[in-house]
Design a binder for this molecule. Structure first.
Ligand code: SAM
Length: 262
């Protein structure tokens, strides 16, 4: 899968994220250790990241990874089932210290998950691990339920680097599906861009939605959201040093890191 396969640029972005995590892992002051990332990302993804992404873009990916690593281990989260939508080449099932009663369900395009399964086949995940190849624009809840997901128990959901690739209608459909599968005491982590950022290079032409108020969007589905912008306290980790204008300043490209509770 290459970025020239334009029908599946979005699949290639999974490789870009893995390449960025491999670059971060090489740093002496790395924010996380992803020892699998370099074997998951092909050379072309490293080239794309180095040539097309800015230093700020790459720092954002590192900060986002660490932000959601920490979120998943928040002391208040007691849920044992974690659903990662659009997990791509995320290796959290392998690299984080889960207890054995944790179940992780990863959903992404079949061809992306096949790459991961093939390359990580010799390694053992630190949890009960399910890979589900799906198109998230189509109904997928029954497949998750068939794998043993319990909708009557609390759960944690992660949508990292996904929503911008969906239209606004598709985002609402996805949040509705999640709503039907979640109980009180469930948690949700996600990132999204604002409307002004939809045309942001190098993703121009591939991002379809932006939201200026994640609080309002998630509030419609019963979530209370805490919203961070990279660089802010709790979302810079000493790595994202760019300072953005306050949120009420209009006409600024923004990306939001969100953790929410139902
Ligand atoms: N969460 C991973 C990470 O942070 O490394 C991957 C993020 S990557 C930017 C976007 C991912 O969304 C890709 O793995 C892509 O295959 C997945 N994706 C986008 N649209 C999808 C869809 N309709 N169905 C399934 N997966 C989709």
């Amino acid at each position: 899968m290459t970025h020239k396969d334009l029908d599946n640029f979005v699949g290639f972005t999974a490789q870009m994220m893995a390449a960025s995590r491999a670059i971060e892992t090489e740093k002496a002051d790395r924010l996380f250790n992803d020892p699998f990332a370099s074997s998951l990302a092909k050379e072309e993804a490293f080239t794309f990241v180095k040539e097309k992404l800015t230093e700020q873009d790459i720092a954002y990916i590192a900060v986002r990874t660490r932000f959601f690593d920490d979120f998943l281990f928040s002391p208040e989260i007691k849920a044992k089932q974690i659903v990662i939508l659009a997990s791509g080449l995320d290796t959290r099932a392998y690299r984080l210290p889960w207890s054995s009663d944790i179940k992780i369900y990863e959903l992404d395009q079949p061809q992306v998950l096949e790459i991961k399964a093939a390359i990580l086949g010799d390694f053992t995940p630190n949890c009960e691990h399910h890979l589900l190849g799906v198109d998230l624009k189509q109904p997928w809840s029954d497949l998750l339920l068939a794998q043993g997901y319990q909708p009557n128990l609390p759960s944690v959901w992660l949508l990292e680097g996904l929503l911008m690739y969906l239209t606004s209608t598709e985002v609402h459909r996805l949040l509705q599906a999640i709503d039907l599968l979640t109980t009180a005491d469930s948690y949700l982590g996600l990132d999204l861009v604002n409307v002004k950022s939809i045309e942001y290079k190098p993703y121009k032409g591939h991002w379809y939605s932006g939201f200026d108020s994640p609080e309002e969007l998630l509030g419609q589905y019963g979530w209370t959201a805490q919203v961070f912008e990279p660089g802010q306290e709790g979302a810079n980790f000493g790595r994202y040093t760019w300072v953005l204008p306050p949120r009420d300043v209009p006409d600024v490209e923004r990306v939001f890191l969100v953790q929410a509770r139902k």
